[in-house]
Design a protein around this ligand. Structure first.
Ligand SMILES: Nc1ncnc2c1ncn2[C@@H]1O[C@H](COP(=O)(O)OP(=O)(O)O)[C@@H](O)[C@H]1O
Ligand SMILES: [Mg+2]
Length: 339
């Protein structure tokens, strides 16, 4: 639906984005995930047309739009700062683009009501000034404004990052619902890995202007392709040489290359063996307990180095400080990377 082919973007001599190849499908919720400064906004702005790539092309529905002006691209954008007109009413903000398009008044009215319903803004709030609304409500208005023009594609640049944690979580699902209802193709930018995993059909993980991995949330998490992806997403332990050698000696199925780096996710270190797959048993000493209600983190010393494990708390978990316990590792859960 939208293709980025070999995109490179520069600011002067500085290469902000390089070798980006992404093909977003019709109706897909696609996320650009990466730390601050990795080029997410830059590439989004090149899709919207505000920045011209140094090289490469942007293809929308098979048509090369690399040199098409932003207002002719039929692409909507929602920003982190809502970028609304603060002195105008909610109605005037949502209808702003429609007036410019010279849509007839009664159609505008119908469209604004439809959009307000979609993003769950009460009709009586349409007459209010946007500055009277809470941050969450203002972001709904910004989404309604972007969707009103029936764009082919909508771009979100960290739209939830100015909101408090609770509202952010609630709006994630609401935004997914809006996207599903409209069937709109969406590109969503965030530095929040949890948000990306929860909302996306597919994710592109960015690091320093380049794509490290593209995949479904589960693939990105379970089969992180690079060390950067593995450490940026979720929590994991780097496996020390002694533990790695021990696993190599005690596993009949998998052998690891001790010249590479190895990781295992916290929750993949188990307190009980698996029935249907091989697990290697290893002894450790409990150094720290961190009770967090539904879950606990434990720091366990194994061969002189610390492993952090994450366990769901239930009536059977009984782990005490300084206790010697058995841990179980399925070698297939170990991720191996070139140094
Ligand atoms: N207008 C600009 N001029 C020069 N450098 C810029 C400009 N905008 C962004 N950059 C630089 O490009 C890199 C990517 O920035 P940006 O796309 O904003 O990253 P992100 O959105 O992932 O935080 C950063 O190093 C940033 O400092
Ligand atoms: Mg940004």
């Amino acid at each position: 639906m939208i293709e980025l082919n070999d995109i490179e973007i520069r600011y002067g001599d500085y290469v902000a984005v390089k070798d980006v190849n992404i093909d977003v499908k019709e109706g897909e919720f696609f996320t650009f995930l990466g730390p601050s400064g990795c080029g997410k906004t830059t590439i989004l702005r090149s899709i919207a047309g505000f920045i011209k790539p140094y090289s490469g092309n942007v293809i929308l529905e098979g048509k090369d739009i690399t040199n098409v002006a932003p207002e002719k691209r039929q692409i909507g954008m929602v920003f982190q700062s809502y970028a609304l007109f603060p002195t105008m009413t909610v109605f005037d903000n949502i209808s702003y683009g429609l007036k410019i398009m010279k849509m007839p008044k009664d159609e505008i009215h119908k469209k604004v009501i439809e959009m307000a319903n979609l993003v769950e803004i009460k009709e009586e709030h349409l007459k209010r000034n946007v500055s009277e609304l809470s941050g969450g409500q203002q972001q709904r208005v910004a989404i309604a404004r972007a969707l009103a023009k029936d764009p082919k594609l909508i771009l979100f640049d960290e739209p939830l990052s100015n909101l408090d944690a609770k509202l952010r979580k609630q709006l994630r699902q609401e935004m997914k619902d809006i996207q599903r209802k409209t069937g709109m193709t969406a590109i969503y930018v965030t530095h929040d890995q949890e948000e990306a995993l929860e909302m996306s059909d597919r994710i592109a993980v960015f690091n320093k202007g380049r794509v490290e991995q593209i995949g479904k949330p589960l693939e990105i998490y379970d089969r992180s392709k690079t060390e950067f992806v593995c450490t940026f997403i979720g929590e994991s332990n780097k496996i020390g040489k002694e533990l790695l050698n021990y696993i190599n000696e005690n596993s009949s199925t998998v052998k690891f290359d001790s010249n590479k780096n190895h990781y295992i996710r916290n929750e993949k270190i188990l307190l009980h063996p698996l029935q249907d797959r091989e697990t290697v048993k290893v002894k450790g000493k409990v150094e720290r307990l961190m009770y967090e209600g539904a879950y606990s983190h434990y720091i366990i010393n194994v061969f002189g180095s610390d492993l952090t494990i994450l366990q769901k708390n239930d009536s059977t978990t009984n782990i005490n400080l300084n206790e010697e316990i058995d841990l179980y590792i399925n070698p297939e859960d170990i991720l191996e990377y070139e140094v």
